[in-house]
Design a protein around this ligand. Structure first.
Ligand SMILES: [Cu+2]
Length: 480
């Protein structure tokens, strides 16, 4: 039996391995027969034991840097919330107790759960009232790196977020050690809705930093007043240290549950071998850095072959808040302190969606239904963010029928990034399966297809919390 590293090499070097029955099927030339033979991504019957987790949602205090206390909300006293880790196929039962002064829900971002477990207030459930308890139950499948977070108002930007890891039974890549990196923007106070200001007059909640704030407001960029960026809840002054040994292969799970920040991520001295996008396995692709939007996840493999103490950075690409920093430290290294400067790998090759080749399938066929969706907003005096001119909840549902292949074609008429997220389904963008996709500003276009195989009332929205809160969302509704 070859070890997993040998298996990976075989996979990379041999197209025969890709075509082996029951192993992997390339996602570009599939037939309907092959699609039926592949294991379903969505599962309703558990193949493992039930795991029960209790989450207390409560006001907490956390130390984001030495002596810097952050009063916020969290799960089980922690920010980010505790990492939930289960095996693929297990039944996950999460008992949520609400100790907040207002209602809350939990959304299992990326997991195609049954509709009633999706945690969207007004669509799939009423908020869990203060003092009340609600139990979410679903099969933990398919494997992948996911998020859980509140879907009520701006609560996500108040610390109600965490990582949900569903471990593979048989990973397609081998590694010696793994770490989870939760990238976030740091808002010291309670989040406030953003008001769009008149030209030249920075408004409340805007990046009110003199001329720059006003300029950016005029240019259609609206951001909350973030005081920095975090990795695993820590500012650079308390940068987390990820220890490795020379020769090890490290799996990093990069998650971006932030309120309004797309990050450019890089590690000095080390390229990144991208192995999963939004939890779905891809043919490993080597890059120097990557962009990760709100709601997106990437798993990357790192070969620890360059001893030292290296900077890990996540730089916000919109807004003026400072980057997040962490440290990659080789046990053999005597270096101390926070590596200064920016990684040279920021200058190298950036991952694009065209680089991603999924190892799973969506049947190849023409769409049965296509929606053309124009994303707009950020204009002075017009605070709404819209899809085809409508702002949720005053917006028509996008109606689909079970069994259809549905195509969403999006164009971004605004000056900000929109990470568009579909609940309850994976979609195919290029040759990748994802659940969140960045639509670039200034007339950026992208389209994705999905199979309508999970009936219910599903949310489709921008994962920039402030765009969502100002209307950039639709219900995707199955006709009964
Ligand atoms: Cu947006």
């Amino acid at each position: 039996m070859p070890d997993r590293r040998t298996f990976l090499r075989t996979l990379l070097s041999s197209t025969a391995a890709l075509a082996a029955p029951g192993l992997w099927a390339g996602c570009r030339q599939e037939t309907t027969d092959q699609a039926e033979a592949a294991p379903p991504l969505r599962r309703t019957t558990p193949t493992g034991p039930t795991r029960t987790v209790r989450l207390r949602v409560e006001p907490i205090e956390v130390e984001v840097a030495p002596g810097r206390i952050y009063r916020t909300w969290g799960y089980n006293g922690a920010f980010p919330g505790p990492e939930l880790r289960v095996r693929e196929g297990e039944q996950l039962q999460v008992i949520v107790e609400n100790f907040l002064p207002e209602g809350t829900t939990i959304h299992w971002h990326g997991v195609p759960v049954p509709n009633a477990m999706d945690g969207v207030p007004g669509l799939t459930q009423d908020p869990i009232a203060p003092g009340e308890t609600f139990t979410y139950t679903f099969v933990a499948a398919p494997s992948g790196s996911y998020l859980y977070h509140s879907h009520v108002g701006l609560q996500l930007d108040r610390g109600l977020l965490g990582a949900l890891i569903i471990e593979e039974t048989t990973p397609h890549v081998s590694y010696d050690r793994e770490y989870t990196l939760v990238l976030d923007d740091f808002l010291p106070g309670a989040p406030q809705p953003l008001a769009t200001s008149a030209p030249g007059r920075p408004g409340r909640g805007m990046m009110g930093r003199g001329m720059m704030g006003g300029m950016r407001g005029m240019m259609g960029i609206q951001m909350p007043s973030y005081a920095g960026s975090l990795i695993n809840g820590r500012l650079p002054e308390a940068a987390p240290v990820f220890e490795v040994r020379q020769g090890e292969r490290i799996r990093l799970r990069l998650l971006n549950p932030s309120g309004a920040s797309t990050f450019r991520f890089a590690i000095d001295g080390h390229p990144l071998l991208v192995t999963h996008a939004d939890g779905r396995p891809v043919e490993p692709v080597r890059v120097d850095n990557l962009l990760i939007g709100m709601g997106e996840r990437y798993d990357v493999m790192l070969e620890a072959t360059n001893p030292g103490r290296w900077a890990i950075v996540a730089i916000p690409v919109e807004g003026t808040h400072a980057p997040a920093r962490a440290i990659l430290h080789y046990r053999e290294s005597r270096a101390r302190g926070l590596p200064s400067g920016l990684p040279e790998t920021l200058q190298g090759r950036t991952l694009t969606y065209a680089d991603l080749r999924c190892l799973e399938m969506l049947p190849a066929r023409r769409p049965d239904r296509t929606f053309h969706l124009v994303l707009s907003g950020g204009m002075p005096m017009a605070p709404r963010w819209t899809i085809n001119g409508q702002a949720y909840p005053e917006a028509d549902p996008l109606e689909i029928t079970k069994g259809e292949r549905v195509r969403f074609r999006m164009i971004n008429h605004s000056m900000m990034l929109h990470p568009m997220h579909l609940h309850g389904h994976f979609f195919r963008v290029g040759d990748a399966l994802k659940d969140t996709v960045l639509v670039l500003p200034h007339m950026g276009r992208i389209s994705f297809d999905f199979i309508a195989d999970n009936p219910g009332r599903w949310f489709f929205h921008c994962h920039n919390l402030y765009h969502l809160e100002n209307g950039m969302a639709r219900e995707v509704r199955y006709r009964s």
